[in-house]
Design a protein around this ligand. Structure first.
Ligand SMILES: Nc1ncnc2c1ncn2[C@@H]1O[C@H](COP(=O)(O)OP(=O)(O)OP(=O)(O)O)[C@@H](O)[C@H]1O
Ligand SMILES: [Mg+2]
Length: 304
């Protein structure tokens, strides 16, 4: 299925982009995302600062970017397609945010599967006290989340199920920002149009970052999927002839790894790919993330 993408333009794509993936820009961000400060904010609790300083890269960069995000981090994980890592991303990113020492609200807005709630229950006492998980509460969700955030939560992650489009729009209204995880298979990426059509129904701009999830970065279908998505963003598809000015495609990806699936229901001890996704979503350029990671690795090797 994945390699169907190598066989030429896909329905809906009127002007195919260059067949040479190396000619395509590594990152295309039509929106001008301001890069957050990457130094510790003044007034940070010294104990939290010491813990964050000790974190490996790119986790440290992601946590510092979160600490410097005005008003806290608010992200909806949503895509009209199922099984694309929405819940896994929600839990991992909520766990990364808890390292700021600030309270995190994780909304399980997938009333059918309730997977975040099940993950929290399975983790038992290992679940961090600073992350509160609440279930979807029907049409009252917007008010419930707004009221809870006013009670002192700093960060907000909403995990939306694949079927309820109204819930996805409500979640986007609450966070104004989203990650759209998608697999690189043609059957998955053509469904992005359903999600982007919902975006066009929103009355205000919502920043969306598309992320290739459970990916195989070395396969040609990976580069083809990126080109297809950039074509959608750039208005080269009859589905979105005016382009998608508030949508970007992350360089960061989370590969298909059995080890990640096996962390379900527990608290993972490795956040590498997820940290890169969070830092880039918050506006840290991927080159800066890579430089900081390389410098940290060099320093760690020198200390051995
Ligand atoms: N990077 C990965 N590599 C391998 N398996 C993964 C990865 N990420 C998630 N999985 C597994 O893929 C399955 C689907 O992931 P997840 O539940 O996060 O997707 P979802 O988009 O929330 O699905 P749904 O639409 O059903 O809510 C799960 O079994 C999960 O453990
Ligand atoms: Mg889910």
């Amino acid at each position: 299925m994945a390699d169907h993408l190598t066989q030429g333009p896909i329905e809906g794509q009127t002007s195919p982009v260059s067949p040479d993936a190396s000619l395509a820009p590594a990152t295309f961000l039509p929106k001008q995302m301001p890069s957050p400060e990457l130094s510790f904010p003044g007034g940070i609790n010294p104990a939290v600062r010491a813990l964050v300083e000790d974190l490996p890269e790119p986790l440290r960069t992601a946590v510092i970017a979160a600490l410097n995000t005005p008003g806290g981090v608010r992200i909806t994980m949503g895509n009209a397609k199922g099984g694309v890592m929405k819940t896994t991303l929600s839990v991992y990113i909520a766990l990364i945010l808890s390292l700021t020492g600030e309270p995190v609200l994780l909304v399980d807005a997938d009333d059918t599967n309730k997977t975040c709630l099940k993950w929290q229950a399975a983790a038992g006492e290992d679940w961090p006290a600073s992350i509160t998980v609440v279930g979807y509460s029907g049409p009252a969700m917007a008010k419930q989340v707004t009221d809870l955030m006013a009670r002192g939560f700093k960060h907000l992650i909403i995990d939306v199920g694949p079927t309820d489009k109204g819930v996805l729009k409500t979640a986007w209204m609450l966070t104004k920002r989203g990650i759209v995880p998608t697999q690189q298979h043609v059957g998955d990426i053509v469904q992005l149009t359903t999600t982007f059509n919902l975006l066009k129904e929103m009355g205000e701009p919502i920043d969306l970052s598309v992320m290739l999830a459970k990916s195989f970065p070395k396969r040609s279908s990976y580069g083809n999927a990126r080109e297809y998505i950039l074509g959608l963003i750039n208005g080269q598809s009859s589905d979105h002839p005016n382009g998608l000015p508030t949508v970007g495609l992350l360089d960061a990806t989370v590969p298909l790894l059995e080890g990640i699936a096996e962390t379900w229901g527990s608290i993972p001890d490795e956040f590498g790919h997820f940290s890169t996704v969070l830092a880039e979503t918050l506006g840290v350029p991927s080159s800066v993330i890579a430089e900081r990671e390389a410098a940290w690795q060099k320093m760690t090797e020198e200390q051995l």
